[in-house]
Design a protein around this ligand. Structure first.
Ligand code: CAA
Length: 293
């Protein structure tokens, strides 16, 4: 598929790389870009060969926010009726395989929010992150006031949202927003290294790990730990658990296959999942399970 606002390629046939590509506008996020990004993510997620995705931008900007020029004339009726943000920006929340943000340059407003919607952020040493919407007479609209305090705590999130200042990569790492800072010229090498490492593990286990860590933000501790426990138990129904543990015991590299072990185990895993649902963790029956992917 060809795109106008992004470019897409794979690395080692395993990592799906999406590059935001509106360089003249510092990758300002317009509807067309967000629709394309959602489509590319969904395609990679559905591709058996892909184990991890990376979203990146240019050296100067991951993304300098939502497209201000496009937004400037919107009325309340426009944004409310068309469900602005919700409609085109949230596909990434339904992606089940890991997504890494490789951030260099500006990640501001919606750009910072997009990075925070990824599973983790690796930043180049020239990265500048922040939520400057206050300077435009609005507030963050793609989750910034919710995800930022969860990442950096209330005080720093308030500081950033109320002053609109940017933080550099060192401050972002110190405060927990980004997982690692690397020299700009090593950003993709380091990010692809992490992505390929993830691809080497069981896809089912990495999807379950992602789902379980995300649950930490949606539930109380006891429910969250029980959710994790049931997913952990369910993974014993997979061939990858047998392979991973046998490989360790026999001192050989593991070769994961990404499928379930046998019918009997799948039934047991399904019973566990039904029990997890009964715990009222806010899940629906239709939510997919780690062993039927
Ligand atoms: N939307 C649209 N265009 C943008 C943009 C944005 N968010 N950010 C930058 N651009 C455009 C500029 O208008 C400029 O275009 P022209 O060359 O046609 O004039 C081009 O990108 C280059 O930008 P600058 O000349 O400003 O570059 P700079 O290096 O001097 O400054 C910057 C860089 C500090 C990032 C500055 O561009 C800036 O402050 N951008 C806006 C950042 C911002 O406010 N983001 C939040 C947007 S609101 C939002 O995201 C809402 C939400 O939560 C969903």
């Amino acid at each position: 598929m060809s795109y106008e606002f992004i470019t897409v390629h794979t690395e080692a046939d395993k990592v799906g790389v999406i590059t935001l590509n509106r360089p003249k506008q510092l990758n300002a996020l317009n509807a067309g870009l967000m629709i394309e990004l959602g489509q590319a993510l969904k395609d990679f997620d559905a591709n058996e060969a892909i184990g991890c995705m990376v979203i990146t931008g240019s050296e100067k900007a991951f993304a300098a926010g939502a497209d201000i020029g496009a937004m400037a004339t919107y009325s309340f009726a426009d944004v409310y009726k068309n469900d602005y943000i919700t409609r085109d920006w949230e596909t990434i929340r339904s992606i089940r395989k890991p997504v890494i943000a490789a951030v260099s340059g500006f990640a501001l407003g919606g750009g910072c929010e997009l990075a925070m919607m990824c599973d983790f952020i690796i930043a180049a040493d020239n990265a500048k992150l922040g939520q400057p919407e206050i300077k435009l007479g609005v507030i963050p609209g793609a989750g910034g006031t919710q995800r930022l305090p969860r990442a950096v705590g209330k005080s720093k999130a308030m500081d950033l949202a109320l002053t609109g200042r940017m933080m550099d990569a060192v401050e972002a790492e110190r405060s927990g927003l980004v997982s690692r800072v690397v020299p700009l010229d090593k950003l993709m090498e380091e990010t692809l290294g992490a992505a390929l490492m993830i691809c080497g593990y069981s896809q089912i286990a990495s999807m379950a790990a992602k789902e379980s860590v995300n649950r930490a933000f949606e539930s109380g501790l006891a429910d969250g730990v029980m959710f994790e426990r049931r997913l952990f138990h369910a993974l014993f129904a997979t061939a990858d658990q047998k392979e991973g543990m046998d490989a360790f015991v026999n001192k050989r590299p593991a070769a994961f296959k990404n499928h379930q072990a046998n019918q009997h185990d799948a039934i047991n895993a399904h019973e566990l999942w039904t029990f997890t649902l009964s715990l009222g963790c806010g899940l629906s029956e239709s939510e997919s399970t780690p062993w039927n992917s």
